[in-house]
Design a protein around this ligand. Sequence first.
Ligand SMILES: C=C1C[C@]23C[C@H]1CC[C@H]2[C@]1(C)CCC[C@@](C)(C(=O)O)[C@H]1[C@@H]3C(=O)O
Ligand SMILES: O=C(O)CCC(=O)C(=O)O
Ligand SMILES: [Fe+2]
Length: 383
Amino acid sequence: MSLSVLMDSSSTILLHPSIEPRDETGSVLFDPSKLQKQSSLPSEFIWPCGDLVHTQEELNEPLIDLGGFIKGDEEATAHAVDLVKTACSKHGFFQVTNHGVDSNLIQAAYQEIDAVFKLPLNKKLGFQRKPGGFSGYSAAHADRFSAKLPWKETFSFGYQGLNSDPSVVHYFSSALGEDFEHTGWIYQKYCEKMRELSLVIFELLAISLGIDRLHYRKFFEDGNSIMRCNYYPPCNNSGLTLGTGPHSDPTSLTILHQDQVGGLEVFINNKWYAVRPRQDAFVINIGDTFMALCNGRYKSCLHRAVVNKERERRSLVYFVCPKEDKIVRPPQDLMCRSGGPRVYPDFTWSDLLDFTQNHYRADVATLQSFFPWLLSSNPTSNF
Ligand SMILES: C=C1C[C@]23C[C@H]1CC[C@H]2[C@]1(C)CCC[C@@](C)(C(=O)O)[C@H]1[C@@H]3C(=O)O
Ligand SMILES: O=C(O)CCC(=O)C(=O)O
Ligand SMILES: [Fe+2]
C-alpha cells in the first residue's frame, strides 16, 4: 500500500487517501449517527487551541442590495461599487440581497440535500469522493487527513455551465441512482442561478477596480465551478472541534448560503466575528485565485465554521473557478493603473487545485505555500 505524506503549514503529517482510518470495528472513523452519542471526542477531531478562540461578536457590515445594479440604476450602482471596494480592500467579505435567486429554489436545495445526508453511511460511501478527485461524499475527510478532522460531512460535484448541458443531473443519477434525479434537477437549476449571480458580481468587482467591466465576466464565462454541500452534525464537545478550519478559499469567488443555525465566522482585524444568518442574503467572499487576478488589491477572506452543541447545520457553497488551463494573471489595465509590481507569479487553477487536493491541505497560508511548490516543480514560471 503506497503511503505518500502530505504536509500542511503546521507540518502536520497527513495520510495519503490510500489510508482509510477506521475504528476497532473497522467502520469509517466518522459515523455521525454513532459519534454524536459518544461523550468523548476522538482525538482526531480535537483542534489546536489557537484555532478554537471563541467569539461572541457579530459582524456588522452593510448588506449590498444588487437590485438597482442589476436594473442598471446609476446611483444604486455607485453605492454598491463603493461598498464592494471598501469590503474587498479590507477583508474580502460581503453579503448581497435582491440577488435574483428564488427563495423557493434555495429551500428546495436544502430539502433535497437533507435526504442525501440522511442516507445510511454505507450508501453514502457508495459515492465517496475518490482519492485526488473532488466529486462525491466525504465523512470528515477521514480518508485524507489523520488530524484536525473537520466535524462535517460534505457532498461536492462539478458544474460547467456552458450550453446548459444537464451535467449535474447526470452526476446525481449516475452516482446516487435514479431516485435522486429530481435532486439533480434542483441542483442543476441552483448552479445555473449561482453562475448567473457570479457573473453579475464579477462585473461589479471589475467596475470597483476601475477596469473593463466585462473583463472578469469574460474570463469566467467558460469556467468549471464546484458546488459543495456541508452538513455539520451537532457535537457534544463543540468547543474542542471545528466544522471547517480557518482558511481562505483557494478558488476565485465563493457564493455561500447558510441555514438559520449560524456558525460561519470571518477573521477581520485579528478577531473572529460571527456572521448572522440571513435567509434572503448570500455571503460572498473573495478567494485566493481572485486575489491573484487583481494583483492583491482585494483580499482573500479568512473564515471558519464552528459547530453547534444541539443543532445540525447546513451550508450550500458554490466555488467559482476559471477554466483549468487559463493563465491566472491580473489584467494589463489594472497593472497600468496601479503601477505596482506583480505580487504573484502566473499560475493555472489546475495547478492550485492539484496542490490543494494532492499535496497540501488548504488553510490560512495556502498561496504562500503554493508558489514555492509551483516554482520548484515549474522553474520556468513567468514572474
Ligand atoms: C478548492 C477547494 C478545497 C476546499 C474546497 C474548495 C475551497 C475551500 C477548500 C477547503 C474548504 C478549505 C478548508 C480545508 C478543506 C480541506 C475542507 O475543510 O473541506 C478545503 C476543501 C477541500 O480540499 O476539500
Ligand atoms: O459552512 C460554512 O459556513 C463555511 C464553509 C466553508 O468555508 C467552505 O466550505 O469553504
Ligand atoms: Fe471556505
